[in-house]
Design a protein around this ligand. Structure first.
Ligand SMILES: Cc1cc2nc3c(=O)[nH]c(=O)nc-3n(C[C@H](O)[C@H](O)[C@H](O)COP(=O)(O)OP(=O)(O)OC[C@H]3O[C@@H](n4cnc5c(N)ncnc54)[C@H](O)[C@@H]3O)c2cc1C
Length: 402
């Protein structure tokens, strides 16, 4: 056993093994799948080069739908202590208060979430810490040779290596860049605590398309107030350099309406900037191996669909395909294709890609069609704001004439 932050992650140094399913990559997708299959009594090997998932800026908030997906898979008890629930998000549009959302959302640090899930792995599924040196796949047996010479043989190989390309490339899968540097996400902590913030959480949409900002999301993670800014710029731009140097000044300029609620955007700690491309995969229909989560496609953080896609893969594989595949001999390409052609998976992936593309176009496109769409949306929102103001006034008691 190895100890992480006072808790034990069930982990082993690489040793040779024969298993039903070998999962390469212990991020959110790989660890979730390993936990579900392990609990179902499958023999599983989970392999990752790092015992502790480093604390990188990735997804930091999920909605009730994703939480329910974790609960459905039996992962609720592992996830719940790692997230901060919040409701009553105040939404600002067109420079004014727009609505108070009653839905529940859950904030977290990605590294802490993955590490917590690793710690909750069943004892029968220890994390094998090692690097894959060789991989061979086929209709019957899959074979991994790790850097220290250990050999792991399995009936099915699951590639869950996120953006990591080594294993995918060794198998022959190709990454297709559908939209290079599609968007940028910036994560930082505000200097105020959740108690000092005027609202439980805030979403603020910018007023000017020229800012190329999708929205700012401010929400609690434990006793920190976290901010995620989603936008359509590149790390090389002067704007990005200026933001890194003085995030407070830039934020106060583009979102003055929420600045006072956010401690005038005083920022503490690092400003983390991530550029994201939209990618799909080619040459993945192969006997013996499936790619899941970001190892299959990457979508944009702006509409927040990556975790939904990863958990759909885990659910479809664990609840339907893997139990059926293991019942009969072999792991031919027809079995594998049934998963890639699964209606729920295809719909989820395609909806995620579509919303990633739409979110950028509605924010940044300058052609007449898109300007008209923005005008239509904003007019409808203005009317809603006006309508709510009028009905609030109507609800006020009539002034006394006495
Ligand atoms: C900045 C940012 C913000 C985001 N915000 C959101 C959001 O708000 N909502 C949302 O739903 N999604 C969001 N996403 C997307 C979401 O984070 C991903 O879709 C999801 O985390 C993918 O999980 P995964 O398990 O597929 O990959 P990962 O979590 O990346 O896991 C990959 C694992 O594979 C391991 N690995 C890599 N190479 C190898 C190798 N050769 N051998 C063995 N192991 C290997 C890595 O160590 C890692 O543990 C965001 C993404 C980014 C970048």
């Amino acid at each position: 056993m190895n100890t992480v932050q006072g808790q034990e992650t069930p982990a082993v140094q690489a040793g040779s093994a024969q298993v039903d399913v070998a999962i390469v990559g212990a991020g959110l997708a790989g660890t979730s799948l390993a936990a579900v299959l392990g609990k179902a009594g499958r023999k599983v090997a989970l392999i990752d080069p790092h015992l502790v998932h480093h604390d990188e800026f990735r997804a930091e908030k999920i909605g009730m739908k994703q939480m329910q997906a974790f609960e459905k898979l039996g992962l609720g008890p592992a996830i719940r202590p790692l997230v901060t629930p919040v409701t009553g998000t105040h939404v600002f549009r067109l420079g004014q208060f727009f609505e108070r959302e009653r839905k529940w959302e859950f904030g977290f640090s990605y590294g802490a979430l993955v590490n917590g899930m690793r710690q909750a792995l069943p004892a029968e599924v220890p994390l094998t810490v090692g690097k894959v040196a060789e991989v061979s796949t086929g209709p019957d047996r899959q074979r991994l040779v790790l850097a220290d010479g250990a050999v792991i043989e399995s009936r099915l190989l699951v590639v869950a290596t996120g953006n990591g390309e080594t294993v995918r490339r060794a198998i022959g899968m190709e990454r297709i860049e559908e939209s290079k540097a599609h968007s940028m996400s910036i994560g930082f902590d505000l200097a105020i605590t959740p108690r000092e913030c005027a609202y439980p959480a805030i979403i603020c949409y910018p007023r000017r398309p020229a800012d190329r900002v999708a929205y700012l999301s401010v929400f609690p993670i434990g006793n920190r107030m976290r901010a995620n800014l989603f936008l359509y710029r590149t790390v090389a731009e002067e704007w990005t350099r200026a933001f890194r140097e003085n995030p407070q000044a830039v934020l106060c300029e583009i979102m003055p309406e929420v600045a006072p609620q956010c401690g005038n955007f005083g920022v503490v700690g690092p400003v983390e900037v991530r550029q994201v491309s939209l990618t799909t995969t080619r040459a993945h229909r192969r006997a013996g191996v499936v790619a899941i989560g970001d190892a299959f496609w990457t979508t944009c953080p702006t509409p927040g669909v990556g975790i939904n896609r990863a958990m759909t893969d885990v659910d479809r594989l664990a609840s339907t395909y893997i139990p059926a595949w293991l019942e009969t001999p072999g792991m031919d390409v027809d079995k594998i294709c049934a998963f890639y052609d699964d209606a729920v998976k295809v719909t989820t992936d395609q909806a995620g890609m579509r919303s990633s593309i739409y979110a950028k176009r509605i924010t940044t496109e300058t052609g007449l069609e898109w300007r008209l769409r923005r005008l239509r949306n904003n007019t409808a929102r203005q009317l809603m704001i006006l309508g709510r103001r009028i009905s609030r006034r109507a609800e006020l008691p009539a002034p006394s004439t006495a």
